[in-house]
Design a protein. Structure first.
Length: 356
DNA sequence: GCCTATGATTTGGA
DNA sequence: TCCAAATCATAGGC
């Protein structure tokens, strides 16, 4: 007569506790309970979006997911343990009752009552487990959200790429959207620390904003750095020029190069510097050495100015030291009117037609 | 622990 | 919307 009593039956008679439901819902929403994938990352994506930060949070993202799955695992293990313990204990009590039934009459009601007491006890333990799991998730989430502001230094290579661009476009260090994208891509590729860590266009913009302001504030301090990058790029420039010269010797000099990256036109006029003096400064093509004559010219001129007292007669541009900074601190007047192509012209446009 | 460097955010102007 | 400037907050070196 005891055999007819189902443990499961007693287990399912949980009253719909609103607090328990809340906890269950939250655990489900956070992806701790329920299906393995989706909830957690959805929650983290929502958190990232709500924070207003750009989409890139890869490191925090994966960190968050890792921690969340850890919590999830612990939760499920514990839950299973409790359920098992509950069943074992129930069986144990029922066995005891069975034995007692030999000596005294035990009504099914009494058994049911005992079982339900046990289950209530265990479900309150489960509730605690759910509660502490929720707390853990909340802490994790808040930590994740706080981490938005956390600063992570760019890799050395990324900084180098950005600096190279900055110093080779010192006359107008305002990369176009395309250039920023290119830089972001390039920087992300070279980021060695942190798997999946990328640098966004917004970060590139931040970097240039910070760099411009800090450079302007303390040119002296950045002089050495500028020299370093100028020299560095000058080597590239020299190689590129050599290659171009070789190219012009082997090919017809009139062959127009359609502006494809990796090669460039050498204007046949003597004032190549001037004709290449795009106010926007950049025909930046990312990794392609020699794609940006302007930057190379900037760099070469800087090196010359540093080593041999370069004066501004070439094109009338003050290329270095205060680098096109006007009295008001603007960068714009680095260009002479004759060399200004169009201030509204988007930087990054490649002027492949300058040789005509 | 202090100091500097630096990435991110905020604010205000054009 | 982009930028300059100021500011915040953390990383990293000492």
């Amino acid at each position: 007569m005891l055999g007819g009593l189902s443990i499961r039956g007693a287990q399912e008679e949980d009253p719909p506790d609103p607090q328990l439901m809340r906890l269950d819902n939250m655990l489900l929403a956070e992806g701790v309970a329920g299906p393995e994938k989706g909830g957690g990352s959805a929650a983290v994506a929502a958190a990232a979006t709500a924070s207003g930060s750009p989409t890139d949070n890869s490191i925090e993202h994966s960190d968050y997911r890792a921690k969340l799955s850890q919590i999830r695992q612990i939760y499920h293990t514990e839950l299973e343990k409790y359920e098992q313990a509950c069943n074992e204990f129930t069986t144990h009590v029922m066995n005891l009752l069975r034995e007692q039934s030999r000596t005294r009459p035990i009504s099914p009601k009494e058994i049911e009552r005992m079982v339900s007491i046990i289950h209530r006890k265990f479900s309150s333990i489960q509730m605690q487990l759910k509660q502490s799991t929720c707390e853990a998730v909340m802490i994790l989430r808040s930590r994740f959200l706080d981490a938005r502001r956390k600063r992570r230094n760019f890799s050395k290579q990324a900084t180098e790429i950005l600096n190279e661009y900055f110093y080779s476009h010192l006359s107008n260090p305002y990369p176009s959207e395309e250039a920023k994208e290119e830089l972001a891509k390039k920087c992300s590729i070279t980021v060695s620390q942190g798997v999946g860590s990328t640098i966004t266009v917004a970060q590139v913009s931040n970097w240039f904003g910070n760099k411009r302001i800090r450079y302007k504030k303390n040119i002296g301090k950045f002089q050495e750095e500028a020299n370093l990058y100028a020299a560095k790029t000058a080597v590239n420039a020299a190689h590129a020029v050599a290659a171009a010269v070789q190219n012009s010797q082997t090919n017809s000099p009139t062959t127009p190069n359609s502006g494809s990256s990796g090669s460039f036109n050498l204007p046949n006029s003597g004032d190549m510097f001037m004709s290449m003096q795009n106010p926007n400064g950049d025909s930046y093509q990312g990794a392609q050495v020699g794609a940006n004559v302007q930057s190379q010219v900037d760099t070469l001129r800087h090196v010359i100015s540093q080593t041999a007292g370069y004066n501004d007669d070439l094109g009338g541009n003050s290329m270095y030291s205060p680098h096109g900074l006007d009295a008001n601190g603007g960068w714009q007047d680095a260009m002479t009117p004759s060399s200004v192509i169009s201030p509204t012209e988007g930087p990054g446009s490649v002027h492949s037609d300058t040789s005509n």
